[in-house]
Design a protein around this ligand. Structure first.
Ligand code: B12
Length: 503
């Protein structure tokens, strides 16, 4: 069969358009390789990366990044596929899914339209409300998608296959799709890198670096993550030789010099981490790597860090979440020990690697004091040698427990409706408007990543300063001016909020 796989363009805010790192369709790349191995004729269009430099203002502050619909439709028309598969990792891609699915059916009503990835997996019935979408592949698709194609070839209804949801079986329990998981990851082909727009991606990423996944599933249930729905169950790992072969392939054929581990299970098991990094060191691959997620600080002892460094480790991102123990444990459902995090930051620095500390601001139900606790903690980590900080908005995305919490508090949540513009209200808490949280985020992002000001802030706040009522003034009023929220001002602001913004 002729299969056209498409990564959709994305719709983002002005601010995101300036700062977001690029996103390579690794998932679609693997699906392409699998389907090709099954003898199908495949075309892959990563319209997000391909059109990374196309920034079209579509409405208000909304920007579309990616190839234009007309261009994508023209490619579909030329290829004449029997099946079009859209990848939808981001909810903000759904408006494009809706319009492009319509284009496909206009090109030929018998083209079968299927989608997969994070968003359809988390809310399949919602996606099947789009009249031009015929089926959703839930979670891992390497086993189920080829079966769907076979059913189509045989003229059968694929809706009842495990891991597939179509209009005739909308009631499927999405948790049952775990039966489709790939048991032995080493049986997977490498992603079809030859079909991915790597040159464009390298340009967007600022060098020959590429995401790499050493595992699937992490067994934890952090409230901000939807991964357990995609890769359910305990961690499964690619073997160390599989990883080194992937590295060699990418180095030899595409000149890649830097690898970004993006999987959640990278270091959730000390033995497995030792096996991987011992192997990479022994292979002497002459590459560097960074870990952008999946770093479990509790297992990072000196011996592991030494071998990580020796195998090319350069930078590690610690997904800390919050400096407030309540938010960390009760809201984000993370079992981190903040004291250990401090120790580990120093240890990573001592081992010769840099550290990026990631915080989520605006989690449902957090108070202004708890935001300060995060800033204070970030501050402490600064003094332990951390030099990069990522402050993200704690958005209650589909498939996450944060969303359940936000809904329970009566907060708005991201939706795929055309009025996606509600986006800006999504991280408001009882104490702070979404706009204020964004301001704090922007200021913290700027100040914490700037060397000069850190010295200034150090004098003002002091390492290890406890959160006191005065801190609000000491920290922000003197360093990063922004509206100081005293009781009276807060009341005025509350009145100024849109009715639907009020808690
Ligand atoms: C690693 C990662 C990143 C990396 C990029 C990795 C990359 N590929 O380049 C970085 C750190 C840059 C990143 C950035 C962001 N990310 Co991110 N990211 C992820 C993560 C953890 C894994 C994505 C990935 O590459 N997976 C590996 C591949 C192998 O898996 P996969 O794509 O799911 O594909 C499999 C299946 O889904 C399926 N499949 C996928 N597509 C299709 C299509 C068809 C037709 C079929 C049949 C099957 C199929 O088959 C594949 C193999 O089984 C996901 C988590 C998740 N649940 O998806 C979040 C996730 C996608 N990110 C998210 C977010 C919010 C962001 C940011 C906005 C964060 C920020 N504020 O900066 C940015 C946006 C970047 C951008 N340019 O738009 C959210 C999206 C939420 C939403 N509903 O919109 C997710 C879901 C995390 C979450 N909160 O739960 N991200």
């Amino acid at each position: 069969m002729k299969i056209f796989l498409i990564q959709l363009p994305n719709i983002v805010t002005d601010d995101e358009a300036r700062h977001l790192p690029p996103y390579l369709s690794v998932g679609l790349g693997i699906i392409a390789a699998v389907v090709r191995d099954h003898g199908h004729q495949v075309k892959l269009l990563d319209a997000y990366t391909e059109g990374w430099e196309n920034r079209a203002r579509i409405e208000g502050e909304w920007i579309e990044i990616g190839l234009a619909e007309e261009e994508i439709a023209a490619q579909i028309r030329r290829f004449q596929p029997q099946v079009v598969g859209f990848s939808v990792p981001f909810t903000s891609m759904v408006p494009r899914l809706r319009s492009l699915a319509r284009w496909v059916k206009a090109i030929h009503p018998e083209i079968f339209v299927v989608c997969g990835g994070n968003h359809p997996t988390c809310v399949p019935a919602e996606v099947l409300n789009i009249p031009d979408v015929d089926a959703v592949v839930l979670g891992e698709a390497e086993n189920s998608f080829p079966r769907l194609l076979q059913a189509l070839e045989d003229g059968e209804n694929p809706d009842n296959l495990p891991g597939i949801m179509g209009r005739s079986n909308l009631a499927t329990d999405i948790k049952t799709h775990s039966a489709n998981s790939v048991k032995d990851l080493d049986t997977l082909p490498l992603p079809a890198y030859d079909l991915l727009p790597l040159k464009k991606y390298f340009k967007a990423a600022g060098g020959r670096k590429i995401p790499l996944f050493s595992s699937r599933g992490c067994g934890r249930h952090c409230a901000s993550c939807s991964m357990p729905l995609i890769f359910p169950g305990p961690t499964r790992r690619f073997s160390p030789p599989y990883i080194s072969q992937s590295v060699r392939h990418l180095t030899e054929f595409y000149g890649v010099r830097e690898f970004i581990f993006d999987d959640d299970g990278l270091t959730n098991d000390a033995m497995a981490a030792h096996r991987l990094f011992d192997h990479l060191r022994a292979e002497n691959l002459r590459v560097v790597w960074t870990a952008r997620g999946g770093v479990n600080p509790h297992i990072l002892d000196e011996s592991l860090l030494t071998v990580m460094r020796a195998s090319g480790g350069k930078n590690m991102r610690l997904e800390i979440g919050s400096g407030s123990r309540r938010v960390l444990h009760r809201v984000l459902n993370k079992s981190l020990d903040l004291h250990d995090v401090e120790v580990v930051v120093s240890r990573i620095r001592a081992a010769g690697m840099t550290v990026n500390c990631e915080f989520l601001l605006g989690s449902p139900g957090t108070s202004i004091e708890e935001v300060y606790e995060s800033l204070n903690f970030a501050w402490k980590l600064r003094s332990h040698g951390a030099e990069e900080f990522s402050f993200l908005l704690s958005t209650p995305y589909v498939g996450t427990d944060l969303r359940r919490q936000a809904l329970a508090l009566g907060r708005p949540v991201p939706s795929a409706d055309p009025d996606f513009l509600s986006h800006h209200n999504l991280v408001a808490t009882q104490d702070l408007t979404a706009m204020e949280i964004s301001q704090i985020r922007d200021t913290a992002q700027r100040e914490f990543n700037s060397r000069g000001l850190v010295v200034e802030l150090g004098k003002l706040v002091g390492v290890g300063a406890k959160s006191t009522p005065k801190l609000e003034d000491r920290f922000f009023a003197s360093v990063a001016p922004w509206p100081v929220l005293h009781q009276e001002q807060r009341k005025v602001k509350e009145r100024e909020r849109m009715p639907h913004e009020r808690a």
